[in-house]
Design a protein around this ligand. Structure first.
Ligand code: 2AM
Ligand code: CA
Ligand code: CA
Ligand code: CA
Length: 268
């Protein structure tokens, strides 16, 4: 993908995101048709589905040769990363969307031959767009994001993570994670993985840990973080695989390795 192609796709996708954001805001006070997915707290609404369909229809029309991975199933099932792939989470933070009516995002990452080229995380109610073109800077609306602070210490870090880390879980002994939360300055749980990653790129949070996420939860956020020097992958420090669900660790580069080592101590 050359710079001109990247620019054209970026402008088109950005217009579609603002359009989809308008549609969500316009229809969010109508009945949401809430259903559950993998468990009673894993929610989906008609607007999740309609928003994904909106992007898939547009991509099929304008870029028929591109591939799509989307949460709600309107995309393709891919076994390789060749070509251009749109990785779409139409509403990231559906529980927030349903219960709180804020702190949810449209998240779209675009890869070409496995390389993250373009990313968008749109905080729909805050009307804040985080966006990135590889090598050309990461932005929050019109403000360019600075490279991440290389002096950051774990003791001064704000870490995004949810309560499941402190309950019995399959990945890490929770007493080790209790030690971890006492070591860091503070924890936050925003309920939208893409926004958690946007906050790291913005420098207002320093890491995010998740037990299990899908490619659409993190694609855009990883591309955004790579641009400002953040490190992304799984909790063992392995690189991100855009075709697999896995644990997730994205962090400021100064503290990434110490978090991997901390987790290793309790890793099952
Ligand atoms: P979602 O709202 O798009 O489903 C919630 O803490 C974060 O985890 C959200 O970004 C949510 O994305 C994501 N997530 C991933 N898998 C999930 C699941 N099975 N149930 C609920 N949230 C999930
Ligand atoms: Ca979901
Ligand atoms: Ca998601
Ligand atoms: Ca979603």
């Amino acid at each position: 993908m050359n710079q001109q192609q990247r620019q054209e796709i970026y402008e088109t996708a950005k217009n579609w995101i603002y359009e989809a954001g308008n549609l969500i805001r316009e229809h969010m006070d109508e009945p949401l048709g809430i259903e559950t997915k993998s468990n009673p707290n894993d929610l989906v609404t008609v607007l999740d589905k309609q928003t994904e369909k909106f992007f898939v229809d547009r991509i099929h029309q304008y870029y028929p040769e591109h591939h799509i991975i989307g949460e709600e199933g309107y995309g393709d099932t891919l076994s390789e990363v060749d070509g251009t792939i749109w990785i779409i989470d139409p509403i990231d933070g559906t529980m927030n969307f349903v219960h709180q009516k804020r702190t949810f995002a449209i998240s779209i990452g675009i890869l070409h031959n496995g390389v993250g080229e373009i990313g968008f995380i749109y905080d729909v109610m805050g009307d804040v767009l985080y966006h990135v073109k590889r090598g050309e800077g990461a932005f929050k609306n019109n403000t360019k994001l600075a490279p991440l602070d290389k002096e950051k210490k774990l003791e001064e870090a704000i870490v995004g993570m949810n309560h499941f880390w402190l309950c019995e879980n399959k990945l890490v002994d929770y007493p080790v994670m209790q030690k971890f939360v006492r070591k860091v300055r503070g924890t936050r749980s925003h309920g939208s993985a893409s926004l958690e990653l946007a906050y790291i790129a913005e420098g207002v949070q320093d890491a995010y840990l998740a037990l299990s996420l899908s490619p659409w939860d993190v694609a855009a956020g990883i591309i955004l973080n790579e641009e400002v020097g953040g490190i992304a992958g799984d909790i063992d420090g392995n690189p991100w695989n855009p075709l697999e669900r896995s644990s997730s660790l994205v962090a400021n580069p100064a503290i990434h390795q110490s978090i991997v080592e901390f987790i290793k101590e309790g890793r099952k």
